[in-house]
Design a protein around this ligand. Structure first.
Ligand code: PHE
Length: 348
C-alpha cells in the first residue's frame, strides 16, 4: 500500500508537471484529490487496517495529500503567471514608434499674400485699418470726386442695397473698391497719416478667369505736408521689391481715376521673363499691378483739409492678382472653390 501511495504520488506529480492550463489543473485536482480519488479511498480505508499499519500508512497518505495539494497550488500560481506574461507580451505597444502626424492648418494663399503685402507697408510705418463693406454712396463715389451721372461710374458696376429704415437719407451699396476708406480715414485722423486697408469689394459683373463679383483690394493712403509723386514712386517701388524681388523695376504711366491727380498705373518688369516678353506679360515685358496717384485736391477739401497745406498719395491693388502673378495661378475662381488639392500647394 505504501508502494501504491508512492507510485500514485510520482504519477500525479509527473502529470501535474505537464499541465499548462487552469481547466486541466482542476480536472487533475478532482482526479487525484477529489472524493472519488484513489488517495481519498485509501484514506477512508485506513480504518480497516491493522492498528500497527494504520499509523505508518496514514502518515504517508497524509504526506502525499499535502504534497499534492501544495504542488497543485504552486503549479496553478505558475500557470497564472505564465498566462499573464503571455497577455502582456501580446498587448505590448512600441512606444518608440513615431506618432501619426497631425495635419496642421495653413493660411489661405490669399490671406498669406495679404499679410505679406500689409507687412511690407507696416515696415514703412503704415497702420492697418478696415472699413465697412456696405457703404454709403457718397463715400464710395461723391466724396471721391465721382458725381452722380458722371460717366466714370460706369467703371464700377454697383450692387445697390436697401438702406434700413430710420437711417439718414442717401443710397447704400456694396463698396466697389476700398477707396471710400480714404475718406473715412481722413475724416477720423489728422495728418500726417499713413494707412493700408485690406478688405472685400464687390462689383456687379460676370465671373470669369480674371473677374469675380466679390474680391479683395488693398488700399493705401499717405497724407502729410510736402508729399510728392516721388514719395509715391519710392514707396510703391519698395513694396514691389518686397513682394516680387529686389531686382524688380517699376514703371508709372498716366491713368485716370477721378479721386487722384495725376493718376497712374504702376507696372513691374515681368518677374518671369525679366522683361524679355512671355505669356504671363503678354509679350510686353511689363505687368500692371495697381492704380495710384496724388490725392485729388477736391477729395482733400471734401474732408476739410487745406489742399494748399497738405498733399498725399493713394493706391489700390487686388491681392488676388498679386497672388496669381506671384504663384502662377491662372484662374481667380480657384481661390473660392475650397479645393484642398489647390490650397495645400501653398504651404506659406
Ligand atoms: N479704387 C481704384 C479701383 O478700384 C484703385 C485706385 C485706388 C486708384 C487708389 C488710385 C488710387 O480701381
Amino acid at each position: 500500500m505504501i508502494e501504491q501511495l508512492e507510485e500514485l504520488r510520482a504519477r500525479a506529480l509527473e502529470e501535474l508537471g505537464r499541465i499548462e492550463d487552469l481547466a486541466r489543473i482542476e480536472e487533475w485536482r478532482v482526479s487525484y484529490l477529489g472524493k472519488k480519488s484513489e488517495l481519498n479511498q485509501i484514506l477512508r480505508g485506513l480504518g480497516t487496517l491493522a492498528p500497527s499499519d494504520r499509523r505508518a500508512v496514514g502518515q504517508i497518505a497524509n504526506d502525499v495529500k499535502s504534497v499534492l495539494e501544495g504542488e497543485s497550488t504552486a503549479r496553478r500560481v505558475q500557470i497564472e503567471k505564465m498566462l499573464r506574461q503571455a497577455e502582456i507580451a501580446r498587448e505590448r505597444v512600441d512606444v518608440t514608434l513615431p506618432g501619426r502626424p497631425t495635419r496642421l492648418g495653413q493660411w489661405h494663399p490669399l490671406t498669406a499674400v495679404t499679410r505679406e503685402i500689409v507687412s511690407a507697408f507696416r515696415a514703412m510705418g503704415y497702420d492697418i485699418v478696415e472699413g465697412p463693406e456696405v457703404e454709403w454712396e457718397t463715400y464710395n463715389f461723391e466724396l471721391l470726386n465721382i458725381p452722380a451721372e458722371h460717366p466714370a461710374r460706369d467703371v464700377w458696376d454697383t450692387f445697390y442695397v436697401q438702406a434700413p429704415d430710420g437711417l439718414p437719407g442717401g443710397k447704400m451699396l456694396l463698396r466697389t473698391h476700398t477707396s471710400p476708406m480714404q475718406v473715412r480715414v481722413m475724416q477720423n485722423r489728422k495728418p500726417p497719416l499713413r494707412v493700408v486697408v485690406p478688405g472685400r469689394a464687390y462689383r456687379y459683373e460676370a465671373t470669369d478667369a480674371t473677374h469675380e463679383s466679390e474680391f479683395y483690394q488693398i488700399e493705401g493712403l499717405a497724407v502729410d505736408e510736402h508729399l510728392t509723386f516721388a514719395d509715391l514712386k519710392g514707396t510703391l517701388t519698395a513694396f514691389a521689391h518686397a513682394i516680387f524681388g529686389p531686382e524688380r523695376r517699376t514703371r508709372f504711366r498716366v491713368d485716370f481715376f477721378p479721386f487722384v491727380e495725376p493718376g497712374a498705373e504702376m507696372a513691374i518688369d515681368c518677374h518671369v521673363c525679366r522683361g524679355a516678353g512671355c505669356r504671363l506679360c503678354k509679350n510686353s515685358g511689363w505687368i500692371e499691378i495697381m492704380g495710384a496717384g496724388m490725392v485729388h485736391p477736391r477729395v482733400l477739401e471734401g474732408v476739410g483739409y487745406d489742399s494748399s497745406q497738405y498733399s498725399g498719395f493713394a493706391f489700390g491693388m487686388g491681392p488676388e492678382r498679386v497672388a496669381m502673378l506671384k504663384y502662377g495661378i491662372d484662374d481667380i475662381r480657384l481661390f473660392k472653390t475650397n479645393d484642398l488639392r489647390f490650397l495645400r500647394q501653398f504651404a506659406l
